[in-house]
Design a binder for this molecule. Sequence first.
Ligand code: COA
Length: 158
Amino acid sequence: MTPDEYLGPLASVINAFADAPRDEGMQEEVWDASRLQERGDAVLQLMGLRSYTVTAVHDATGEMAAMTQLVVGPQTPQWGHQALTAVTRTHRGHRLGLLVKAAMLEWLATAEPQLEQVETGNAASNKHMIAVNEALGFEAALPAFHSCELGVADARGR
Ligand SMILES: CC(C)(COP(=O)(O)OP(=O)(O)OC[C@H]1O[C@@H](n2cnc3c(N)ncnc32)[C@H](O)[C@@H]1OP(=O)(O)O)[C@@H](O)C(=O)NCCC(=O)NCCS
C-alpha cells in the first residue's frame, strides 16, 4: 500500500504519463490521491499482486520527480510485469527513467529472488521509453500492437 503522505505526490508523477504517445481516441488519465488509493492499491491487493514502486525525489525542492512500478503475481512469480514509468516534465533529461528502473531491478534481486524475466510494453512511437528499455537490455519479443475502438451502440447492434 502507498503510504498516505506519498499518495498526492505519486499521483502527480503518474499524471506525467499524459505525455506518452497514445492512439487516437484514447483519453488522457487524470489521477489524484483518492483515486490512487481506491482504484490503484485496492485492486492490486484484491488480486493478491505484489506491487513495487521506486521513486526519485528532487533534493532541492522535495518534489517527487520520477516513478516506476512493477508487479509480481502469485501464479507466475518468475515473471515481473513492468507497469508505469514516468518523469515529470520539469525533471526530464537527467536519465531519471533509467535510474528508477535500474534501482527497481536491484531491489527485486533481493525482494523477489525467484524472478527470471520482466515483460514490458509501450507504444512503438515512444522513443524515449524504448531508449531506456534498450539501455537496460530489454529486447522486442512480439510485434507492435495497436488499439481498436468499438462503440457500445455498435456492439449492441451486432
Ligand atoms: C520516458 C520518460 C520516462 C523518459 O524520461 P527521462 O528519463 O527524463 O529521459 P532521458 O533523461 O533518458 O532523456 C533523454 C533525452 O530525451 C528527452 N526527452 C525525454 N522524454 C521526453 C519527452 N517525453 N518528450 C520530449 N523529450 C523527451 C530529454 O529531454 C533528453 O534530451 P537531451 O538528451 O537533449 O537532454 C519520459 O519521457 C516520460 O515520463 N514520458 C511520459 C510517460 C511515458 O511515456 N511512460 C512510458 C510508458 S509506461
